[in-house]
Structure formats: structure tokens, C-alpha cells
Write a new protein. Structure first.
Length: 304
């Protein structure tokens, strides 16, 4: 659905609008990795690099954020710097009405980015990892809003699976229940974000951007309302050492329980714990995964 019904509330950059009108490939990029996922000043360097990677593959980048109450699909240099340097809220899709009404600024999460991207007519979205079902879900009922949003948003999302701090088997089960398709890119194992494999199988595998594009065309021809996840593993040469990962994650989960943390406090604690106790190696694996996803997303968008 285009933004014609809300022209005064959303700005699609001229570059993105022109590319869409001419049928050229466009790739949506989320902004929380810039504002919350990476330390300053590296966050701005990585954000700029990711946009350059998209351009190098012949596509147009559309980093998405909300600035001063206005959703922006495609940021210019000054706006990208704002996202990198200002203290911004995290905005999921449920937060968008409040942000617009109050004039707030925020970085969009997976759900916020996917919602705005799809409404603007973008078909491919690259991110790091998908949100999912949290561990101890039966006690906390903690599940990412990403899943339900993607169940009703027809967009291709290229990611490196879900973070290993989540319950991967339960997340895959929810994806199936919600009717969200999952493609392994060059793998029959679901990626583990920091790791090339979570050990969990995927039912369908594609090996080229063209094959992925064929699936997306078929998906669109059937008018399905859900997303398609293209699960692209981080290269094994750039993944976090599996033994180190397992040791640090187990220690982090124990530390989390000892501190009595629950709900939304768990994820940032574990992510910070992994960065600290792997001496930054988890952060490097994160960036490597995002780079690979952005390249693949641009290639799939071009194939479409």
C-alpha cells in the first residue's frame, strides 16, 4: 500500500521515490543497529558502509527512521548522522502512532522498519537478526513483536536467523504457525546469528539471488500477506567461535538469573554480556552478518 493516503505524515526520499517509480531495486535498512546496536563513532561508519554496499550492487539504500514525528524512508547524510549521534527511542510498529502524534524521533526496529518499508512499496529488507520467542516463554510470555507483524506484512527479510539468546526451536515453530515462509540461503540449517548454524533444520533452501527472487515472485502471485525470511548464515570464517559462544552464553544466562532480570531487561543484558566476555568478538560477528545480509538483499532486489 503506497503512502498516498497519508502524504503529510511520511517522507520518502526523492532518490527512493524515483527508484521505485522507475522500477529500480531498493533495499530497506533498519536504524536501530545504528542508534542502539553499535558504539559511537563506529555506528555511523557502519551505517555509511552498509548504504555503500547496497549501491555497489546496483540498488538504492533506504534507511528508515522517524525524525521529529515524521517517518523517513531513505535518509540523507545529515539525517543519518542524527540517528547515529542523538539519543533516540526504539520504535516498533506499535510505537509509530505515538511518535507521530508527539513529534518524537526514534530508530525503527525490525517491525517498525518492515511496516514502513512495505507501505512505501519496498519489497526487500535487510537486517541483522530476527526477533523471536524468548527463553522461558512459558513463564514470561515474552515474544518479539516482529513475528506477528511479519505474519501480515508481505516483504522479503534477509537476516542471519535469530540471536542465540532466544529460543530458536520455539521461534521456528511460531514462524510456521504464523505462516511466515523461511528459506535457507545456501544452507539447510537455520543460522544462529553469531554462528553459521543453530543446528535447527529449514525445509527449503535456495542457492542464488535469482532462485530467491523466483520464490518471492510466486509468493506475490499468490497474494500471500505474510513475509518471507531469507536466512543467510554469517560466513564460518567470520562467525563467533562456537565453543566460546556456548561458554559465554551459559555464563550470561546464569548471571541473568542471579541478578533476577526478567522481561525486556534480559536481552540487552545478555547482548552486553556477550560483547564484554568475548572481548568484542560477538560484535564483530554481528557486523559481519549484517554486511552479508545487505549484499544478498541488494542482489535479490536486483534479481526482482
Amino acid at each position: 500500500m503506497p503512502f498516498d493516503d497519508v502524504p503529510d505524515e511520511t517522507t520518502v526520499s526523492e532518490e527512493v521515490r524515483t527508484a521505485l517509480a522507475e522500477g529500480r531495486p531498493v533495499v530497506a535498512l533498519e536504524s536501530t543497529i545504528i542508534s542502539h546496536g553499535l558504539p559511537r563513532p563506529r555506528n555511523l561508519r557502519v551505517a555509511t558502509e552498509l548504504e555503500q554496499l547496497v549501491r555497489a550492487r546496483g540498488a538504492v539504500p533506504a534507511t528508515i527512521a522517524v525524525l521529529d514525528g515524521r517517518p523517513r524512508v531513505g535518509l540523507d547524510k545529515a539525517q543519518l548522522e542524527r540517528v547515529a549521534n542523538e539519543e533516540l527511542r526504539k520504535l516498533g510498529h506499535r510505537d509509530l502512532p505515538m511518535a507521530l502524534a508527539t513529534g518524537a524521533s526514534g530508530a525503527t526496529t525490525v517491525s517498525g522498519t518492515a511496516f514502513l518499508a512495505a507501505r512505501a512499496g519496498l519489497r526487500v529488507f535487510a537486517t541483522g537478526g530476527l526477533g523471536g520467542v524468548h527463553r522461558a516463554w512459558t513463564e514470561t510470555q515474552d515474544e518479539s513483536a516482529d513475528l506477528r507483524l511479519l505474519a501480515r506484512t508481505p516483504i522479503a527479510m534477509v537476516c542471519a536467523g535469530v540471536k542465540s539468546i532466544l529460543d530458536v526451536p520455539a521461534t521456528l515453530q511460531r514462524l510456521e504457525t504464523l505462516g511466515i515462509g523461511v528459506l535457507g540461503y545456501g544452507t539447510d540449517r537455520f543460522p544462529g546469528f553469531y554462528l553459521a548454524s543453530s543446528g535447527e533444520p529449514v525445509d527449503w533452501t535456495v542457492h542464488t539471488p535469482g532462485e530467491a527472487a523466483d520464490v518471492l515472485r510466486a509468493h506475490r502471485s499468490l497474494a500471500l500477506e505474510s513475509a518471507v525470511i531469507v536466512a543467510n548464515p554469517v560466513p564460518e570464517t567470520e562467525q563467533l567461535d562456537p565453543r566460546l559462544h556456548d561458554e559465554v552464553l551459559a555464563a550470561g544466562l546464569a548471571a541473568c538469573r542471579a541478578a533476577g532480570l526478567t522481561g525486556q531487561a534480559v536481552t540487552p543484558f545478555l547482548l552486553d554480556y556477550l560483547v564484554e566476555h568475548t572481548n568484542g568478538a560477538s560484535l564483530e560477528a554481528n557486523v559481519a552478518a549484517v554486511r552479508g545480509n545487505v549484499r544478498l538483499a541488494a542482489d535479490i532486489a536486483a534479481a526482482l
